[in-house]
Design a protein around this ligand. Structure first.
Ligand code: NOJ
Length: 515
């Protein structure tokens, strides 16, 4: 008699089948982040610290821009006081303990440590402030992850051309060495630059970040070159002179949103690839690819258009073989800041791009489905699977790379209160797709939510809020209050599981034992 004809065997197999299906369903529901996965939150100096001229701090490009051209900021505000973390750092660490964070990513203000940017004059009060911040974290086993540069260049260095000056790599390396020397005994994770695209394209090639340089045709590309050399110099300084004794790691954080083709036509595929190269490949390829050059297709279109426009050579500078060798491989990890995605088209939805510029060079359109959930920021929609797509793409493109998600988050309006269900949905969705990516073999070691608390959102001032904690900017004490998302994040960190049904019983915070 065959198996199919035996009713008792059939029943038995059905029974086993049900058990296996049940286990799978349970496993699916209870997918866990590994115990050694690092959960944290992220912030940046200018966005939270305040104390803009306290105790010897020098002026930086955001101080200068917001003081001299206040109208460029949506609510005419600035970071003079911000969340006043310069005075509230103990409360910040208390919030980290409330959330049960493993790590905290923050940045150093270059001009707080070196008032005019150069390393011959150190402001001891600045060093003391960061020592206090770091030591307070370490008291409670919270691992500091330090970004050296999150957009607040000392003004004096900007006056000398900033990132476009070929001396920039030297200035940055000197500053990095001061940081390693003063904090490297306790800081084991270093990030050189936060988001090169935003520094170079928005600040040098356009007018949506300080220093508003608007050098549209060349600013982005020249900034990219010297930023990469500066990054490599700071990385090599760490590897050659500090790593053996300090035992840490050093990498870079790049903004990687997902850009897929609108249709499966070859033209749209090519357009999406160009967009990815313009957005992040320009900075990632020289470091993480095998050949270490600027991305091929982007280099080709810029060279072609430059000649057509009457330039004698490409507006994109070359990387010499020596420079490529110097930059290639200069990162222990790839820090990914991820927020959203869009579809890219070769023909549809193009803007009126200024010529010459990065956008005119690639000349593609983008499309965002209207049904995607909107945040308070025009550019930020809940784009399903965009984190998964970004990570698996990077994983396949750049072999053997280790990733940290160094930022991911959602904005709400100032008056939206403490019940932030959209933010909760966003985090749960992103973390689920992160697990999908990890199950697909992507090596991700940690995840930092942006942000621990509301802060100065650059050109949007205080109009867009990214915090797990609400900050009352009307109150001189800058009181911080947890939002619902803070409780959800805390629960995920504690259990390592994303429970779609978990609801906090109260919005009163507490510190768990051991934190
Ligand atoms: C990325 C930047 O690093 C951070 O400074 C900014 O606040 C967030 N994106 C949200 O826009």
């Amino acid at each position: 008699m065959s198996l199919a004809q035996s009713p008792s065997k059939m029943r038995f197999l059905l029974y086993i089948g049900l058990i296996i299906a049940g286990c799978n369903a349970q496993q699916k529901q209870e997918r866990r982040f590994p115990d050694d996965f690092i959960f944290g939150t992220a912030t940046a100096s200018y966005q939270i610290e305040g104390g803009w001229n306290a105790d010897g701090k020098g002026e930086n490009i955001w101080d200068r821009m917001t003081h001299t051209q206040p109208h460029v900021i949506k609510d005419y505000s600035n970071g003079d006081i911000a969340a006043d973390s310069y005075n509230n750092y103990k409360r910040d660490v208390e919030m980290m303990r409330e959330l049960g964070l493993d790590a905290y990513r923050f940045s150093l203000s270059w001009s707080r440590i070196l008032p005019n940017g150069l390393s011959y004059k150190i402001n001891e009060a600045g060093v003391t402030f960061y020592n206090n911040y770091i030591n307070e974290m370490l008291k409670y086993n919270i691992t500091p992850i330090v970004t050296l540069y999150h957009w607040d260049l000392p003004q004096k260095l900007q006056d000398l051309g900033g990132f476009i000056n070929p001396l920039f790599p030297e200035w940055f390396e000197d500053y990095a060495r001061v940081a390693y020397e003063n904090f490297g005994d306790r800081v084991k994770h270093w990030i050189t630059f936060n988001e090169p695209r935003e520094i170079c394209y928005e600040g040098y090639g356009w007018t949506t970040k300080a220093p508003l340089l608007n050098a549209t045709g060349i600013g982005t590309y020249y900034c990219a070159k010297y930023l990469l050399l500066a990054h490599a110099s700071a990385y090599k300084a760490y590897v050659n002179d500090f790593k053996a004794t300090q035992n840490g790691e050093c990498g870079i954080t790049i903004s990687v949103n997902w850009f897929g083709p609108l249709t499966d036509s070859a033209d749209d595929e090519y357009a999406a690839e160009l967009k990815r190269q313009a957005e992040w490949g320009l900075y990632a390829n020289p470091i993480f690819s095998e050949d270490g050059s600027f991305p091929k297709e982007l280099s080709e279109v810029v060279a072609k258009k430059s000649l057509e426009q009457g330039y004698k050579k490409s507006r994109m500078p070359e990387l010499s073989d020596e420079e490529k060798k110097y930059i290639r491989g200069s990162s222990d990890f790839f820090g990914v800041n991820h927020y959203t995605g869009a579809y890219v088209s070769a023909e549809d939805n193009k803007g009126n791009y200024i010529t010459p510029s990065l956008l005119a060079d690639i000349d593609v359109g983008s499309y965002v489905p209207p049904e995607w959930l909107s945040s308070a920021s025009t550019w930020l929609k809940l784009s399903p699977n965009s984190l998964y797509n970004s990570l698996t793409h990077l994983h396949n493109k750049y072999r053997n790379v280790k990733f940290y998600i160094t930022e991911n988050g959602w904005s709400t309006t100032p008056d939206s209160g403490l019940i932030d269900d959209d933010r909760v949905l966003y985090y749960r969705t992103a973390l689920n797709t992160l697990l999908d990516a990890m199950e697909a073999g992507v090596d991700v070691k940690g995840y930092m939510a942006w942000s621990l608390m509301d802060n100065f959102e650059w050109m949007e001032g205080y109009k867009e809020r990214f915090g797990l904690y609400h900050v009352n900017f009307e109150d001189p004490a800058r009181t911080r209050t947890p939002r619902k998302s803070a409780f959800i994040y805390k629960q995920i960190l504690k259990t390592r599981v994303i429970d779609p049904n978990y609801e906090p019983a109260t919005l009163t915070m507490w510190i768990d034992e051991g934190h």
